[in-house]
Design a protein around this ligand. Structure first.
Ligand code: SF4
Length: 335
């Protein structure tokens, strides 16, 4: 299990200046490494990376890359997913303590017990899960294709959906499906973005669009606000991080309230500098993500650590659940 965030002290003492950037690039070349950074990483890590994006898009870039080493600046399950899709490459994460409270919401053992209670049910897991949970899963999903994945399962078949209860509630609402059982997991960062805060921000800025990640505790409240007319329905957009970037380039709104981890604001502001992007909750910061500091990245490249390993049989089973998702339709983006 991941250590509690408050117990973790990030690697420090290195400034992200030009000398650091040069050294990172030199070491990456020497190691034949591609640098990938998740949208929630520190801005300086996003800037030095070869590719920035959501978890699944990055894993697919990793698998298609010619580089023999992948340095995944994100949290551990994401680096594991890269290893599952690219088993012959060396995968490094700059700080293996970078866990995820959502992925930790369910273990392989708990999922096996849940399956035993519902024989014949199809298991759908969000990509924010460990390799062990993916190996017990029938079909993986991302936040942008979760509805399509569940809709592809015959309507008389029970579905076990894990680990995120807010994404599960979103899928149940969209599909109208009663035989969808939802695991009560959550991400501590997204769950902290709540409805009352969103309502207050939306009322104070009636012209703003609302970009909401479905893992947020406020996704239900946003739809409720739209339903009762507090916020015009067209202004509420439930989006994965990848889809937020697309929507940023298309919206006509002058300001956008963003409900997800605050690291996302960096890419949104780059994508559409003329729009005023503001966080619904500016304390919504994932400290696991922020363990990937300039010092940690340098350490990873100098020492070849922390290497991510996935047992080959677990990787084979986990890969099958990711492949089934890709066969169903648009793979979209993960977190
Ligand atoms: S923001 Fe939440 S779901 Fe994302 S990595 Fe952090 S703990 Fe996990």
């Amino acid at each position: 299990m991941t250590a509690h965030v408050d117990e973790l002290i990030p690697y420090g003492g290195v400034r992200a200046d030009e000398a650091w950037a040069e050294e990172v690039r030199r070491l990456a070349d020497e190691r034949d490494a591609v640098l990938l950074a998740h949208n929630y990483q520190l801005p300086e890590i996003q800037e030095i990376a070869d590719h920035t994006g959501d978890s699944l898009a990055l894993s697919r870039i990793a698998a298609a890359s010619d580089a023999s080493t992948i340095v995944f600046c994100g949290v551990h399950f994401m680096a594991e997913t890269a290893k599952i899709l690219a088993p012959d490459k060396t995968v490094l994460i700059p700080d293996a303590r970078a866990g995820c409270s959502l992925a930790d919401s369910i273990t392989g053992e708990q999922l096996r017990e849940w399956k035993a209670q519902h024989p014949g049910a199809v298991v759908v897991s969000y990509v924010n899960t460990t390799a062990e949970v993916k190996a017990e899963t029938d079909i993986c999903c991302t936040s942008s294709n979760a509805v399509d994945v569940v809709a592809s399962i015959p309507s008389d078949t029970e579905v076990l959906f894990c680990p995120d209860q807010f994404l599960g509630a979103h899928v149940r609402r969209e599909t109208g499906r009663q035989n969808l059982h939802v695991w009560a997991g959550e991400c501590h960062v997204h769950a902290g973005i709540n409805g009352p805060e969103l309502a207050e921000r939306a009322q104070a800025d009636p012209e703003a669009d609302l970009f909401i990640h479905p893992e947020c505790g406020c996704a239900t409240s946003a739809l409720y606000l739209a339903g009762e007319g507090t916020v015009a329905p067209g202004r509420v957009k439930i989006l994965s991080t990848g889809d937020m970037l697309k929507a940023a380039k298309q919206t006509k709104a002058g300001s956008v309230l963003v409900a997800t981890e605050t690291g996302m604001l960096h890419q949104l502001r780059k994508a559409a500098p003329e729009i005023d992007f503001r966080a619904v909750n500016d304390r919504a910061t994932c400290r696991y993500m922020k363990l990937i500091t300039p010092a940690a990245l340098l350490r990873a490249l100098r020492e070849g650590v922390d290497e991510v390993h996935v047992d080959p049989e677990t990787a084979r089973l986990a890969r099958a659940s990711v492949q089934r998702m890709i066969e169903i339709g648009k793979p979209g983006g993960g977190e």
